[in-house]
Design a protein around this ligand. Structure first.
Ligand code: SF4
Length: 161
């Protein structure tokens, strides 16, 4: 069965395509409902039974809707990996101070600020300079350092302490 997706815009695999989902049909609203059989039934207490014997314990599986989801769906780890891959393909945001910092450090009189920041060569050069040296440059505070660390990571590089 093809993977169905949730309605929250996250495109997660949902109960609808989960092998643990036992579809019942439409019980309320418009969506199909079913039982999640990922785990053994839990004990549910029914109050006021008609046989006059008091409370009764019985096994129940949780009801879920076809658009529900949880981390136990077998395709969730694949979904997580895809999501991480996609989020890593977008360069982390660099604030104004971090951008100015990179320009001050690597301006050569020819390249524009945008060219310097978007060049992987800039990241390689920065990764060779210890953070203690970065901090000597005007306006390079802790926020800038943490942005630049993430930016280096995006380029597959580590900052030198
Ligand atoms: S709650 Fe989780 S394990 Fe259960 S049917 Fe839904 S996705 Fe599958």
């Amino acid at each position: 069965m093809a993977t169905a997706y949730g309605s929250d815009g996250m495109n997660r695999p949902t109960c609808k395509t989960c092998p643990f989902w036992d579809k019942i049909g439409k019980i309320s609203f418009d969506l199909d409902e079913g039982r999640c059989r990922r785990n053994p039934p839990f004990l549910a207490m029914t109050l006021g039974t008609t046989d006059g014997m008091g409370d009764e314990n019985s096994g129940e599986w949780p009801f879920t809707k076809e658009s529900d989801w949880c981390g136990e769906h077998p395709e969730m780890s694949k979904w997580g990996q895809e999501r991480n891959k996609n989020s890593q393909s977008v360069a982390p945001h660099l604030g104004v101070r971090a951008r100015k910092f990179l320009f001050r450090m690597f301006a050569d009189g020819k390249a524009t600020c945008g060219e310097i920041i978007s060049s992987p060569e800039t990241a390689k050069k920065l990764a060779q300079i210890p953070i203690t040296e970065w901090m000597k440059i005007k306006h390079c505070g802790l926020t800038t350092v943490s942005e630049l660390r993430r930016w280096l990571k995006y380029h597959g590089l580590e900052a030198v302490e």
